[in-house]
Design a protein around this ligand. Structure first.
Ligand code: SAM
Length: 372
């Protein structure tokens, strides 16, 4: 089948996806026109905010690609105080962001569980239940996820990073702390508990093939995810994977592949939330706008207090590390309108897919009753 014929379909096989990932020129335009049309029909030309609070870069894991890995000693570690986190959440609330996302390195234990639980209650309180909350704090026990769900978190983003288990092992140390099956089990627990469940992968990793990327999208469809956050892999000088820097696809190709992955996923999963990842902007100054145009509908403006941003350096050339939260907002407003889309303020912007997936969406107690 040629690209035109494939694009007549509503869902794709592995081979179809591989063909779509390789399209260029006019065919590439056809792919993006179709995905933009699907977004407009099912979501509208709209974008919702998740004010991103990167509240700590302390991490117990040693992922071979990540700048905040435990083994990186060239990094100043930080942990925001509760008051700093609450002030950032208040900023999001006062500025009608609708939702926040709390993200950090991966730590487990009673102290972390209780701290986050307490913060969730306090954020719900300061926003009169109105701020939606996404968590992205890694692998945890199911009981911990449950505590946080009960305290008001209703979305969770846990990237599987790479769905080909062999590739997963190449980009993580081979020990219990980096267990592919546990990551999968965590995703299942989140879905079982009723979270809007998000996952994603990095695109352009060393050793990754087009077959792997096609497998990633098929995994997302079969797992029936509600949200996706995927972005280009960008090397970091202080990580073990830097060893393969010379073998990587050029940044522009990783960028292009990411846009194609977003476009294909939008056609396959029409009503999920898809993030325009910040890493896109590290490659192209208007990278996130390009993603919005062709299918993404979520942006995560960084509202971490400025003095810490430089230390949450996941990859080299991370953008906006010297901006303030106010800078981020006005910059994004201009950018989103450039992409001919409109920012929706004061709404959660929940995944429509989740609502359809869950027969009885009213069973999430307090937080759901505050959906606007
Ligand atoms: N530890 C939590 C987790 O794994 O879910 C959240 C924090 S983690 C730093 C957030 C994401 O950063 C990871 O899921 C990974 O995909 C991304 N990331 C880390 N290093 C990266 C790199 N070099 N290039 C692009 N993305 C990277």
């Amino acid at each position: 089948m040629n690209i035109k014929e494939i694009l007549q379909l509503d869902d794709f096989s592995r081979d179809d996806i591989i063909t779509l990932l390789s399209c260029q020129g006019e065919e590439r335009t056809l792919l993006f026109t179709k995905s933009a049309g699907v977004k407009e029909k099912y979501i509208g030309k709209k974008v919702w905010f998740r004010g991103l609070i990167e509240f700590s870069n302390i991490c117990s894991k040693d992922c071979l690609y990540c700048g905040i890995r435990k083994g990186n000693k060239n990094l100043k570690r930080y942990n925001l105080t509760d008051d700093e986190i609450l002030a950032a959440a208040k900023f999001a609330y006062d500025n009608q962001y609708g939702s926040i996302a709390l993200q950090s390195g991966e730590l487990e234990g009673l102290h972390v569980t209780q701290r986050i639980e307490n913060l969730l209650y306090r954020i719900k309180e300061l926003s009169k239940g109105e701020l939606g909350i996404t968590l992205s704090v890694g692998e945890q026990e199911k009981e911990v996820y449950k505590k946080w769900y009960d305290a008001g978190a209703h979305r969770y983003l846990l990237r599987i990073e790479a769905t080909n288990e062999a590739l997963y092992h190449k980009i993580h140390p081979g020990n219990k702390k980096h267990d592919f099956k546990r990551r999968l089990d965590c995703l299942k627990s989140l879905q079982d508990l009723g979270y809007q469940t998000g996952t994603g992968v990095m695109i352009g990793l060393p050793f990754q093939t087009p077959e792997d990327l096609a497998g990633d999208l098929i995994f997302m469809r079969d797992f029936d995810i509600d949200m996706c956050g995927m972005g280009p892999y960008i090397e970091h000088a202080d990580t073990p994977l830097i060893e393969y820097a010379d073998d990587l696809l050029p940044l522009a190709v990783r960028f292009d592949l990411t846009l194609k992955m977003i476009a294909i996923l939008r056609i396959m999963m029409k009503d999920i939330n898809i993030v325009a990842a910040t890493a896109l902007q590290a490659i192209d100054p208007i990278g996130r706008e390009k993603a919005i145009k062709i299918g993404a509908n979520i942006i995560m403006p960084n509202i971490t207090p400025g003095k810490y941003r430089d230390s949450y350096r996941l990859y080299d050339n991370k953008p906006c590390t010297d901006d303030s939260a106010e800078d981020c907002q006005s910059c994004l407003e201009a950018r989103v309108s450039l992409a001919d889309n409109e920012i929706v303020y004061g709404e959660w912007g929940d995944s429509q897919h989740y609502d359809k997936r869950r027969k009885n969406p009213s069973n999430h107690g307090v937080t759901r009753s505050h959906t606007k």
